[in-house]
Design a protein around this ligand. Sequence first.
Ligand code: HEC
Ligand code: HEC
Length: 388
Amino acid sequence: MKNTISWVLILFLTISLLNNCLNNKVQKEIKEKNAFIAKLRELYSSGDSSKWPKPILDPEAESFFVEIGHLPDIQFPEDNPYSEEKALLGKTLFFDPRLSGSNQIACASCHDPELGWGDNRTFSFGHDRQLGTRNAMSILNVAYAKSLFWDGRVGSLEEQSHVPIQDKFEMSEHIDIATGKIAKIKGYEALFEKSFGSKEVTKDKIAKAIATFERTVKSSPTKFDQFIDGKSDAFSDKELLGLHLFRTKAQCINCHNSGYFSNNQFENVGTSVLGTNDEDLGRYLITKNVDDVGKFRVPSLREVVRTGPWMHNGSFKTLTEVIEFYSKANPETASKRETIHEGITLHSNKSGMVRFLELTDEEISQIEAFLGTISTKNQRIIPPQLPK
Ligand code: HEC
Ligand code: HEC
């Protein structure tokens, strides 16, 4: 009997000792984690990005790398400088459906300020309610894009604005007819006069005014901008860890960098679904260079929360899905990597920078929380009065 009691006692003592050790270990881990988070918070909100932990970069990303941070001031081209009057004229034209063949579709139909300056649809409806083949891009912060469209086929906003007007699937109007229609509207005379010194309407002036307006469509400072400027309590732990992952383990920063969160390069992340009805050769369609098959312009991630569905084909409905896709190195099926186009066999070669990341569900949600900090709330834009 005595023996059994001592055994029970010994067992009890051993268990409590072990338990104690374990508790201490857990406590120590929590302490370390808290110290790590506090340190990260101190560095990232120090107001000096040279104090931040080093990013994890691929050698091939280095030459296009600029640390993430604030958006710089907007640059207006010398041959199309800013004026308030010109921006107002551009805004008015942007909202005016009379630029379209049906007099029903304005730029703002697909770039709606209440929908993050996009249309939140997989593909846009255009002339005669025809469906386009690519996801409408937001024009927020477009002043920072070095080339335009998912494939970068146009080099300036001035040049860009005539494309949707003439596109059969979008506004479907000849630019000269559109210009003629605007010229006949009396109420536009004063706007052109104030912007360009003469009331004569030309397609060139229409392009310059719309481009000037678009350059002014810029995000206001985000929670991220405030946090890195020193407002150290602006970020939750989750958002902070997301920022750190974005720059390190998840390596998003290889491509989504600078204040614009894009290096303005073309990359293949494996979204071209070759050989299917939805195949999109991307940059190759412009350059005809086989290395460009399946490459798209790296989009900005500022305001990304507001611009879904995501990717050139709007194929992702949630940001969680996008991050999971990167974490799994985009499990693109072999059968969707090859196609025959104009008699040439083409292959999609995914960038080596899209690799297995092994992110945990918690890490995925931290990155998603961080993406929320580079987006702002919808600002109500009052549409301009359309001239009569
Ligand atoms: C029917 C819908 C629709 C209309 C109308 C429309 N767009 Fe777009 N916009 C799109 C789509 C779709 C894309 C992406 C197309 C692509 O990459 O091939 C786009 C892309 C753009 C881009 C490129 C953004 C970037 O980051 O590269 C700009 C700028 C733009 N549109 C401005 C305009 C202007 C200005 C007008 C009016 C003159 C206009 N859009 C009318 C659907 C539309
Ligand atoms: C190799 C360069 C590269 C890397 C690394 C990369 N991206 Fe991208 N990202 C792109 C390209 C290119 C696209 C556009 C692809 C398309 O439209 O088919 C894109 C698109 C996106 C989009 C959709 C944006 C939109 O407006 O539709 C999100 C969100 C995104 N990336 C987030 C991330 C995150 C988060 C990471 C890190 C886990 C990451 N990216 C890593 C190049 C990259």
